[in-house]
Design a protein around this ligand. Structure first.
Ligand code: XIL
Length: 618
């Protein structure tokens, strides 16, 4: 350690000496521009600032200009201007320790051109040392009015936000994963891991990504010479920027300093105007995933399903902006991956997982065992051989195949009976699995899954367990028993397909709390919030998503997310996943209902703002 440190110090001194010998100020940061996704009309990308100096940067501003492209939204920075653009840090990502990086993201309209990669300018990028604090007056701010930027990403400036500079435990390095920074895993050797309550990426997987992605930050990059920095996978070759390349501007960035209060769009104000337009201006700059230090997931379709995310630039852009985890809504269920005893079919799931990997999302896998009739492979229903052996092969073949590629599994889904289920046996659903193995099938499934994938978090997943009623009691008895028997369960998934007025927030919170108090992780796995309660004849009936319905739904989302944060300690938050990206995709769309965060035109709904406000405690 000591010699490595000395080596680094030496290299830093040599690097510094060479700058001073040239009579120039030492480089303080590398500022790079990367494209993470590109489609016909647009692209998403990130600007990454890596502190290559030996002192902290406190506050930063960068600028850039396109020939043809224009910004359509941004997140994790205050962006102003209308080409050129200027971006300053938010409250939580302003300080960059030596060797660390921060990134902020954006979506561009290509305007008929290709995705450009402009030079990033700014005093921190181009020659001032970090000890020369970046002040407003030194900023190459645009003189263009800020109003032409569609949304201020200042709305994500909250203290609870995940810092994009979270560093790996041991090295201070991170992985630039297609524009999003993740910690490097300390112990996981390949694929994705989950350490210290965060998704992390193994060094091997990170370093095998194409430039400009890969490992960033840390002592090694701080000590690199300019040529080696430029050739590393992590940063663009911006080291050679001189201050002359900074666009001159006489304006100060006063227009940049927008208030973070823009996130606080109250639901009542939303209700009084057109839903999409009233919200779009405030939420375009929000990134849900940036507001949480746990996974924010979405269920997606793939394979041969209509609406496959793999063929949808719109879905891809929303994914990249808001979510850092996906669940396959269907294509990883039993009958899809194991249609007949001798056939396992992984191609569609593999393609989706690869897509997730390329777009900075981890994968929560769903589900190894589920009673639902159409999802139980028909060969299992009439199996006459050794059922436990067959089921073990099912679980272990699938879990081994995806080991290292998924971060968690719903191992058993919906085994506990509904309160009204007259065919229940001992409180359990009378499924083929229960009939063949009794309740032991649950324990065994977890034991088998753990053998096949010792790293992934293993969840028991169910619905109507957030009710704090008899079904919740049966859930608690099940997990208490599993823990007593030493079964390797890591967490409980609450599906949370909730109604507008049921269950109560108090009951939801109590249910989360009861599981959290048992030391398990709590994950909201399939969240959707319907606006109609068809089981309550006195509830209002909405035949379209009116402003009032949208406002009530927004508030419900806010309260659910807030309850989750109150009830579940940070270390036990497995994340929150919404069950679909936009209303037309919801499995309740046919009711009709509008339970998700984006409307049928893909516009963000007040629900998105409610979710964000829940995360930020507003
Ligand atoms: C649903 C999907 O959303 C639908 O597309 C499909 O037709 C049926 O299954 N609980 C679960 C999910 O665990 O797998 C279900 O998903 C919704 C209820």
């Amino acid at each position: 350690m000591k010699s490595a440190f000395n080596k680094m110090l030496g290299a830093t001194m040599i690097l510094g000496a060479s700058f001073f010998a040239q009579g120039a100020l030492a480089q303080s940061a590398n500022c790079s521009y990367s494209i993470s996704n590109e489609w016909n009309t647009g692209a998403t990308g990130a600007i990454t600032i890596t502190n290559t100096s030996t002192t902290a940067i406190n506050g930063w501003t960068v600028g850039w200009q396109y020939a043809t492209n224009r910004l359509s939204s941004s997140w994790n920075a205050n962006v102003s201007g209308s080409n050129p653009y200027s971006a300053t840090n938010l409250g939580w990502n302003g300080s960059i320790s030596p060797g660390q990086s921060v990134s902020f993201g954006f979506q561009i309209d290509k305007r008929g051109g290709s995705a450009e990669r402009p030079t990033i300018t700014g005093s921190i990028c181009g020659g001032a040392t970090s000890s020369v604090a970046t002040t407003s007056s030194s900023v190459p701010a645009s003189s263009a009015p800020a109003s032409s930027v569609p949304a201020s990403s200042s709305s994500v400036a909250v203290s609870s936000a995940r810092s994009s500079v979270a560093s790996s435990v041991t090295t201070g390095q991170q992985c630039n994963w297609y524009g999003t920074l993740y910690p490097l895993c300390a112990t996981t050797q390949s694929g994705w891991g989950y350490e210290n309550n965060k998704s992390c990426i193994s060094r091997a997987t990170c370093t095998s990504q194409p430039a400009p992605y890969g490992v960033v930050g840390g002592a090694s990059s701080a000590a690199l010479s300019s040529s080696s920095v430029a050739s590393s996978s992590s940063v663009a070759s911006s080291l050679a920027l001189s201050s002359s390349s900074i666009p001159s501007s006489s304006s100060t960035p006063s227009s940049v300093a927008r208030s973070s209060s823009s996130v606080a769009v109250s639901s009542s104000s939303i209700a009084s105007s057109s839903i999409a337009s009233s919200v779009a201006s405030s939420v375009n700059g929000v990134s849900l995933k940036a507001l949480a230090d746990f996974p924010i997931g979405v269920a997606v379709r793939a394979g041969s399903e209509a609406d496959s995310i793999l063929n949808s630039a719109q879905q891809k852009a929303v994914l990249v902006q808001h979510f850092d985890q996906i669940t396959a809504e269907n294509i990883m269920k039993m009958s899809y991956v194991h249609p007949s005893e001798a056939t396992f079919s992984f191609a569609n799931a593999d393609a989706l997982i690869e897509f997730a990997r390329q777009n900075g999302a981890s994968v929560h896998a769903h589900a190894l065992i589920w009673h639902e009739d159409y999802q139980v492979p028909s060969f299992m229903k009439s199996y006459s051989g050794d059922f436990p052996a067959m089921l073990k092969t099912h679980v272990q073949t699938i879990a081994s195949h995806f080991s290292g590629k998924v971060v968690s599994w719903d191992v058993v889904n919906e085994a506990i009976a509904e309160n009204s289920d007259s065919s229940a046996v001992n409180g359990f659903r009378n499924s083929v699995f229960y009939q063949k193995m009794g309740v032991n099938f649950i324990d065994q499934a977890f034991i088998w899954a753990d053998e096949a994938d010792p790293v992934a978090d293993l969840y028991y997943n169910d619905f109507n367990t957030e009710t704090n009623d008899a079904k919740t009691t049966r859930l608690l008895a099940l997990i208490d028993g599993m823990k007593t028997r030493g079964v390797p369960i890591d967490g409980v998934g609450f599906q949370m397909h909730v109604l507008p007025d049921w269950p109560s927030i108090a009951n939801i919170e109590a249910s989360f709390r009861a599981v959290a108090q048992r030391g398990l992780k709590v994950k909201i796995t399939e969240l959707d919030v319907r606006v109609n309660n068809k089981y309550n004849s006195s509830a209002p009936v909405y035949t379209s998503l009116t402003p009032a319905a949208a406002a009530a739904q927004s508030e419900r989302y806010r309260q659910i997310v807030a309850a989750y944060l109150r009830a579940v300690p940070a270390a036990q938050r497995g994340g929150i996943t919404v069950w679909g990206m936009w209303d037309a995709q919801s499995w309740f769309a046919k009711d009709p209902d509008w339970p998700l965060l984006f409307d049928n035109s893909f516009q963000p709904k007040p629900a998105l703002q409610g979710f964000a406000n829940g995360l930020t405690g507003q």
